[in-house]
Write a protein that binds this ligand. Sequence first.
Ligand code: SF4
Ligand code: ZN
Length: 716
Amino acid sequence: MKLLFDRVFDGVDEMIGVAEKSLEAALAQFGENAPVAMPNTGYNMANHLTYLSKKITNLGSLRDAFPEVKAWAAHGPRLANVFKAGFATFLAAEVIEACKYINCQDPYGDAACADGFRYHGHLSDAEVRELGVPLVTNDIPGFVVIIGPAPSDEEAVELIKGYQSRGIFVFLIGGIIDQARRKNLNMGFPVRVVAVGPDIWAVGHIISFVNRAAMIFGAVQPGDRDAMDDYTFYRIHAFVNAFDPVGDIVVGAGAGAIAMGFPVITNDTKDMWKVPKSIVIQTNTKDFIDTSLEARDIKLKVTKIEIPVAFSNAFEGEIIRRADMQVDMDGSRLDCFELVQTKDASEIEDHSIELIGPDIDSVEAGSRFPIGYVVEVAGKNMQSDFEPVFERRFHNFINCAEGVMHTGQRDLIRIRVSKAAFDAGFRARHIGEILYAKVKSEYESVVDKCQVKIYTRSEDLKRLRAEANEIYNKRDDRLKSLTDESVPVFYNCILCQSFSPAHVCVVTPERLGLCGAVSWLDAKATNELDPNGPCQVVTKEKPLDENLGTWEDVNASVQQASHGNLEQVTLYSIMQDPMTSCGCFECICGIEPMSNGVVIVNREHTGMTPLGMTFSEMASMTGGGVQTPGFMGHGKHFIASKKFMKADGGSPRIVWMPKALKDLVGSRLDKTVEELYGIPEFTGKIADETVAEDVETLANYLAEKEHPVLEMEPLL
Ligand code: SF4
Ligand code: ZN
C-alpha cells in the first residue's frame, strides 16, 4: 500500500502533467498573445490570482507562471509540502480548464455534448454574489463536492437529494453526473445541484468559486494565504464526498481541500487512511450525509412541515413549466391574493387550516385555478407593521416546496403546482401548512397563534381581493409617509458580517440595504423580533451635514458595528465616505469621468458597460466592507429614491443603465426627477446597451438627448 503522502504527490504530478500538455497544445494552436480569462468574472483566473498574486491575461503569462505552479508541487517530507502540493492541483486544474475557454465562451455548452446536456463549467461572479444572502442567513448551511460515481444510480440520487433537501449546495464532478442524468434528476444552479464537469480538473472551478467568495465578501487580498485559509476554514462550510476507488489525482486535490478546512468523506477502505476531522471513512453510503455534516460541524435548523413533498431552500429557484404543471393559480387572470392580518388571540385557533371552496383536484390537469389566503396571527408583541414583512416572505416559503413555484406578491401572485407534486398528494391546504409552519418558526417571538384560511370560490375571491386592496393601499400610504426626515431612528444591518466582517449597511426609509432585501420596515421588524440580532437602532440626533447625510451618532454606530474599520459614512454621496459594500449588492454604480455622470449596472446584466467593464469587473472594484469613492453597491430600488447621490447632484447624474433596469425603475425614477429637478421623462435620456456600449457613442447619445448631466459641475 502506497503511503498517503506519496499518493498526494503522485496525484499532483499527474494533474501537472495534464496541465502542461494542455498549455503546450494551446500555445501551439493560439500563440502566446491569445487572451486567457474565465468568462463573467473580474478575477480572470481566480486561483492564480489567489495563490500566486498573478492576474493572468494571456497564454504567455500563463506559461510564465507555470514554473511557479510546478514549484508549489515540489515533493517534500512535511505536511506543509503536502498542502502546498494540494493547492498546486487547483492551479494545474485551472490551467487545464482555462485552455478550454480560449476563443470559446462556453466550452461545456450545448454544442459540446451531442444530446444537449450542459455541464456548468466556470461559475460566474454573479453566481458567487447571488449566494451572499442565503449564506449569511444560513439558508445554505454548507457545500458538498461529490466526486463519483456512487456504487449505484439509486444511491447517487438519494445522496444528492438528501443534501438538496437539507439546503446543502451540491457540486458534482465525474461519473455521478451520468448517474443523476440517467435518473432524470433536475440539475442547475437555481436548484443548487451543479454538474460542474466530467473530469477531476473541474474542481478548479469550485476552488475558484470559493476563492472569489473570500475576495468578494471577505476582502481577502490576493497572495494572503493565511487570511485565505482562515476564511475558508471559518466561513465556508464545505466538504468532499469521494467514492471508491479514489485515484491519486483525487487524493492530491483532497490534500488541497483539507488544507482549506474541508474534510473528505469516502467509502474507499482499500488505500485510504483515517485522519481525524480530515479524512473520514464511512463504508455505508446511506450514512454519508450524517457523517459529513458531523465532520464539518454543520448543524441544521429543521422546521417540521406536514406536506407530502420535500421542503428546502434548494427548491426556491425551481421553475415549473407549462407542460409539467397540474394547476396554474394565475393572479394576472383570476382573482388571487395573499394577506397577513393581525387578530385578537381569542379569534384564532392555532394551526387551523381551513379550505373554503373546492380543492385543486376538482379541475383537469393543466387548468387555471383561483386562490386567495389569509394568514391570521396573534401575539402580545405583534404589530401591524410586521404584516407586510411576513407577507413578503411568503414567496420564499412557498417556493421551498419541491414542485411548487410562487412568483409575485399581494394580488399579483402566481402559484404553479407540478404534476409530480400533485401525484405525491400536494393539495391547497398544504400551502396553509407551509405558511403556518414558517410563520410560527421564523417569527416565534411575536406570533403566539396562527391560522390560515384558503379561499377558492370566485365569488368570495372577488370580494376579498377588493378588501385586501384597501389594506395594501393603506400600507402604501404609510410607506410614502416614511422619509429619512420623518422617522426617529435608522437601523444598521450587519447580517453580511459573517462573510464580510467589516461591512455595515445603514438602512433608512429612503435607502434600503444594498442586497435589496432589507427595507427600513424589515430592519425595524428584525430589530424588534430579535433585539440582539443583526439590526440595531441607529439614532440620528446629532446631524452634521444634511446634504451629505451625515450624523455624529450614525458615525459612532458604524464605528462600533464595523469594529473600528470605518470612521464615518455619508448616506447620500458616492464620492465622499460612501457606504461600504459587502458582495451581495443588486447593482453597482460607478463614475463615468467623460460625462461626469454615473453608470449603473445590475447583477443580471452580463454585457459590457461604457466604462469598458462588465458588472463583474465593476463589482470587483469595491466590496469586502471597504469604502471606494466613485464606486458603490446598492439596491435596485435605491435608484428612484430622492436620496440617491443627493449630495453629488442626484439621479440626473445617471447616464447609463441596462434596459431591463430602466424598465423596472423608470416610472418611479421619472417621478422623482420631475418632482425634485423639474426634468420630465428623465429615463428616456439615460442610455442603455441598445444605444451605447462605449464612451463615444454614449457621449453622442447624451448630447442628442440634452441630458442634464452636461450642465452639471464636474464630479471629480
Ligand atoms: Fe447584508 Fe446589508 Fe442586506 Fe443586511 S442590508 S443583508 S448587511 S446587504
Ligand atoms: Zn451582503
